[in-house]
Write a protein that binds this ligand. Sequence first.
Ligand SMILES: C[S@@+](CC[C@H](N)C(=O)[O-])C[C@H]1O[C@@H](n2cnc3c(N)ncnc32)[C@H](O)[C@@H]1O
Length: 152
Amino acid sequence: MNSKRRNPPKYPFQEWSESMPFPKTCDLCTYGCQCESPVGLIPLAKGRVLIAGLGMGWLTRRVLEKTEVSHVVQVELEPEIIRVFGQPLIEMFPGKISFVSQNVWKYLEGVDISEFDTILFDIWPGYRDAPDDAKFKKLKRKHPNVWGWGDY
Ligand SMILES: C[S@@+](CC[C@H](N)C(=O)[O-])C[C@H]1O[C@@H](n2cnc3c(N)ncnc32)[C@H](O)[C@@H]1O
């Protein structure tokens, strides 16, 4: 096999993310369950969006691709995750994303949540953990467009 590529991607992440088309079903997801993924969060995003939990950035990239989304504030606990998976997104969507390296619950104490049109959460290890999280349920009562993985 010829391992030399004509236009290798700058980041391995880029190739992985590009190879995943805008999903219509969940069978392409990278999660062990192979049937449930954060795809359901994508159609809910509009305007100025807060996303909690970057991970490998798949959800964030799909949200950034939407023309109805003006800006994404990405909150992520781990600086190393932002360095590895966030940097490509800054280059791919210049000016459309900013990062905050902080626990999202701490971050929310210091902001006016009405500045966001949409708030998306993907910080939990398991599908449908969101609806059982007391802090998440409280936040949902304060803002009409708060959604979590498995909560739609
Ligand atoms: C399931 S992954 C997100 C996957 C991502 N949606 C994707 O498409 O690749 C969860 C991420 O949330 C982050 N995280 C967990 N708890 C957090 C918290 N309290 N505040 C901010 N980020 C958190 C983790 O470090 C991890 O990067």
